[in-house]
Design a protein around this ligand. Structure first.
Ligand code: HEG
Length: 141
């Protein structure tokens, strides 16, 4: 459950993330592919080399989807409904992978935000990304 303070921190910090979609999103995916190579099986049609423009563009799409989520923190299920259908019915991504990407995304935030990524911000983002992951996985049951 996100508290009012969590929501404030998530929205404040997101202004520094949203404008770096390709860089931050691309790096999160790159970290996921390198650290958890089994995740590459969902992207057989992608160029997965380090620095791949296709991965950077996909990273930007992921960040834009998260921007939409940040704007709808009280309404995540509805805001992400289409994406949830896509991942469950078309892409059939095993939900364990959402946790792996969340983990990598948090490393990206820590690396790029440095001191601004305080324990409170970390906690707020951990909750936010878990909430997004549960919405993306809710159609599986
Ligand atoms: Mg997913 C497509 C967002 C986790 C595999 N993902 C997409 C798209 C978005 C998105 C916005 C494009 C949808 C479209 O074109 O309409 N993904 C998204 C979020 C998260 C996530 C917000 C979690 C925070 N995705 C995720 C994970 C995997 C995965 C963990 C697999 C390890 N996504 C995946 C694949 C595609 C998308 C295979 C299709 C890529 C393509 O062919 O362009």
């Amino acid at each position: 459950m996100l508290t009012a303070d969590d929501k404030k921190l998530i929205s404040q910090i997101w202004t520094k993330v949203a404008e770096h979609g390709k860089e931050f999103g691309g790096e999160a995916l790159e970290r996921m592919f390198i650290t958890y190579p089994q995740t590459k099986t969902y992207f057989p049609h992608f160029d997965l080399h380090v620095g791949s423009e296709q991965v950077r563009s996909h990273g930007e799409k992921v960040v834009n989807a998260l921007s939409n989520a940040v704007k709808n923190l009280d309404n995540l299920s509805q805001a992400l409904a289409e994406l949830s259908n896509l991942h469950a019915y078309n892409l059939r991504v095993d939900p364990v992978n959402f946790k792996l990407l969340s983990q990598c995304f948090q490393v990206v935030l820590a690396v790029h935000l440095g001191k601004e990524y305080t324990p409170e911000v970390h906690s707020a983002y951990d909750k936010f990304l878990s909430a997004v992951a549960s919405v993306l996985a809710e159609k599986y049951r």
